[in-house]
Structures are given as structure tokens and as C-alpha cells.
Design a protein around this ligand. Structure first.
Ligand SMILES: *Cc1c(COP(=O)(O)O)cnc(C)c1O
Length: 389
């Protein structure tokens, strides 16, 4: 190492602005600087070992430094690392799109790449918005808004924040954002006064239906994290909520956008969460675990039907004018392809299903602790609430 440990700690404080971090507190403490990873463990520059308990923010799938993932990236790097997808193609992005079309539910076949979950959401919102304008600009002139859930989290760019519902993060930016319509989320533990889980689901869906009844002409789509709201505190939705919300979207002809950036790739016990309620969204957003925690990639996947609304003569202005410099980057796509191959070959989803009840039993013991108010679990996504908050 060219610099010693103390230098690095000082440079970190001097030059790096960390995300979601109050830097005044951060610089008052010793920084944790990770140097390498092996399996489920991280090692810092002082040689200390840490269990990577949250999989480096819900992304790491096969552990760190996986020889097969490493090799896939090395192989690709020797050919080419990046060429643009704007108007030209590359091999890994083609193969990955085909694979994603095969493994995602139903008729989702058209893959639009980006590099962060927030971008995947922005793209979904823009596609949904433009879809209505493309099919009939007069009839759908007012379809300009989206519904999302209380405490929704869909990323940090301005569009993604617009459909967000977390006051702590989003309040300050309100004047910058477009309007959204909010429905309550079926957060059973905090909604005792509404009755049992079925009553709570009914209550939330009634709110959704009323909104749709009154204002569906203004609404382009509903965006939802299926089954579990991750960043909000692992809020697990009771069974049936997603399915019935999806039915309402169909009934009132608005698009359903499932943001599976957090729940996708097995975490809830099926490869994609919406499978559990046999829901096929119009648009699906993927990110986080898509490359096994190796490289930044996200994807927005939609159906032939939506895609075809964007086809036309250039003068018709139906083109989707959106793209990022690194859209469909070869290195990133080859990491994702290998990740998905390994998920299948190593039977990762079955393994999650096997581990889920084991962890469930272990968690049960925590219920006896006076501080523990609620334990929620869907697959390997687990949230605990304290009694007071
Ligand atoms: C993390 C997350 C995002 C944002 O993804 P980034 O890659 O951080 O931009 C969007 N939606 C959900 C549900 C997430 O958990």
C-alpha cells in the first residue's frame, strides 16, 4: 500500500463525502475502511474481520470474492469493458436481456438498462407517463400522476423521490418534486386500531379504490415494492394485498410498476416477489442483487404491449429519449449473467426457502425480550420493531 493506515483515515475524512451520513459525526470517529472481502466476511485495513450482516446493503449474493464471478469479469475485461448501447449492441447485454426476459414473470420481455435502482425507477415512471401520451395524447392528457405507498422508498433521484413517502429523507425536497397520491401501507404492527390483518388490507385497498374511482383519469400508474417495503423498515404486507392492488390497477386501467430493486433475486423466498401472488406487473424494476453485489446495474423490464406504444416514425415523437452513458455496459452485464447462472446452479432460491424456517425459529426466541414489539419476516428479509418508537 502506498499510504499507511493513518494517512488513509485522514484522507477519507478530508476528501470523501459519504452518502446518507452526517459527516460532522462521521469525522469525529474512527472510519471503518474495508480492504478486502471473503465469503460473508469483510476485512478492514487494520486486519479486523466483520460479518457482512447486511450483504453490503442487500446486494451481495454469493459472498465476496467469488472465484466464478471474478473469472467472468476477468474474461470479459480481456475482450472489452465498455462500448455504447445508444444505437449499437454488445454481446453480454443481449444475453442478459434474453435471460431476464426468461426468468421474470409473464410477458415481461423488453429490458431497458441503467446503473442504479433509482434510475430504474425514473425510467419506469417516464415509460409509464409517455406510454399514455403515445397511445392517445388527447384522451390521456391528464394522466400525469402516480400513486405510491406511505413510507415508500424508490431511490434518491428527483423523480424517484417524488414517488417516495419517507418524510425524513424527502421533506426538504418537496418543492422540487412532482405531485404524488398516497395510499396507506398495510403496516399491521402500527395499525392495531384498524383490526386484524384482513381488515387492515381492506382498509388500505378501499383507499386505493376510492382514489382510482375518483381520479383514475389523472393517474398513470401505481408504484409499489411488492410484499416488503425494505427501506421503510422491512414492512411486510399481509398476503393478498399485492394481488388485490394489482386487480384494481387492471380494473381502472392504470399501470402497475413493481419496484423489486430490494426484494428481487430470491430475498423473499421466490426469485421475484410478485410471483408469490401471481402478479405480473406492467413494468418491473430490478437492481441491487442483480450483479451479485459486484458492479452497479439496474434494469427496467416491460411488456411487448407497452414497448410497442413507443414504435413509430421518428416524426411521431414516440421515441423514448432516455439513456445513460454506461447503459448496458459489458463488464456489468457479464457479472449479472454469471450471477444469475450461479443463482440457478447453486439452487439459491431453494436454499433461501430451506433457511427461512430455521431463522424463523431462532427469531422466535427474541419475542420474549421486553424491548421487542414485532418481528416481521418474508424469506430472508427480517425486521424487528421495538415496543416504543
Ligand atoms: C435501494 C432501492 C432503490 C434505489 O436503488 P439505488 O441503486 O440505491 O439507486 C430503489 N427502490 C428500492 C425498493 C430500493 O430498496
Amino acid at each position: 500500500m502506498a499510504y499507511n493506515v493513518q494517512d488513509l483515515k485522514q484522507f477519507d475524512k478530508a476528501y470523501v463525502w459519504h452518502p446518507f451520513t452526517q459527516m460532522k459525526n462521521y469525522i469525529a470517529e474512527e472510519p471503518l475502511i474495508i480492504e478486502r472481502g471473503e465469503g460473508s466476511y469483510l476485512y478492514d485495513i487494520d486486519g479486523n474481520q466483520y460479518l457482512d450482516g447486511y450483504a453490503s446493503l442487500w446486494v451481495n449474493v454469493h459472498g465476496h470474492n467469488d472465484p466464478e464471478l471474478n473469472a467472468a469479469i476477468e474474461q470479459q475485461i480481456k475482450k472489452i469493458s465498455h462500448s455504447t448501447l445508444l444505437g449499437s449492441a454488445n454481446v453480454p447485454s443481449i444475453l442478459l436481456a434474453k435471460k431476464l426476459a426468461e426468468i421474470t414473470p409473464g410477458h415481461l420481455t423488453k429490458v431497458f438498462y441503467s446503473d442504479t435502482g433509482a434510475a430504474a425507477v425514473e425510467i419506469a415512471l417516464k415509460i409509464a407517463y409517455q406510454y399514455w401520451k403515445n397511445i392517445d395524447p388527447k384522451k390521456y392528457a391528464n394522466k400525469n400522476t402516480f400513486i405510491s405507498l406511505k413510507e415508500a422508498y424508490h431511490g434518491d433521484t428527483v423523480g424517484a423521490v417524488s414517488v417516495g413517502g419517507m418524510d425524513l429523507y424527502h421533506r426538504i425536497f418537496r418543492p422540487l418534486l412532482f405531485d404524488r397520491l398516497e395510499i396507506p401501507s398495510p403496516y399491521v404492527y402500527r395499525m392495531e386500531e384498524y383490526g386484524d390483518p384482513d381488515n387492515i388490507v381492506d382498509y388500505c385497498l378501499k383507499k386505493l379504490e376510492t382514489l382510482l374511482e375518483e381520479r383514475h383519469q389523472e393517474i398513470a400508474g401505481l408504484i409499489i415494492e411488492p410484499l416488503v417495503q425494505g427501506a421503510a423498515g422491512i414492512i411486510t404486507h399481509p398476503n393478498g394485498f399485492l394481488k388485490r392492488a394489482a386487480e384494481l390497477c387492471k380494473k381502472y386501467r392504470i399501470l402497475l410498476i413493481c419496484d423489486e430493486v430490494a426484494v428481487g433475486f430470491g430475498r423473499t423466498g421466490t426469485l421475484f416477489a410478485c410471483e408469490q401472488e401471481s402478479v405480473e406487473p406492467n413494468i418491473l424494476c430490478l437492481g441491487k442483487a442483480i450483479t451479485g453485489g459486484y458492479l452497479p446495474l439496474a434494469a427496467t423490464i416491460t411488456s411487448e404491449n407497452i414497448y410497442s406504444a413507443f414504435l413509430g416514425h421518428p416524426d411521431e415523437n414516440k421515441t423514448f429519449y432516455h439513456g445513460h452513458t454506461y447503459t448496458g455496459n459489458q463488464l456489468v452485464c457479464s457479472a449479472a449473467l454469471k450471477n444469475i447462472e450461479l443463482i440457478e446452479r447453486r439452487h439459491l432460491v431453494e436454499d433461501i426457502q430451506r433457511k427461512t424456517p430455521i431463522i424463523s425459529r431462532a427469531l422466535h426466541k427474541l419475542r420474549a425480550l421486553p424491548i421487542v414489539g414485532d418481528i416481521r419476516q418474508k424469506g430472508l428479509m427480517i425486521g424487528l420493531s421495538t415496543k416504543s418508537y
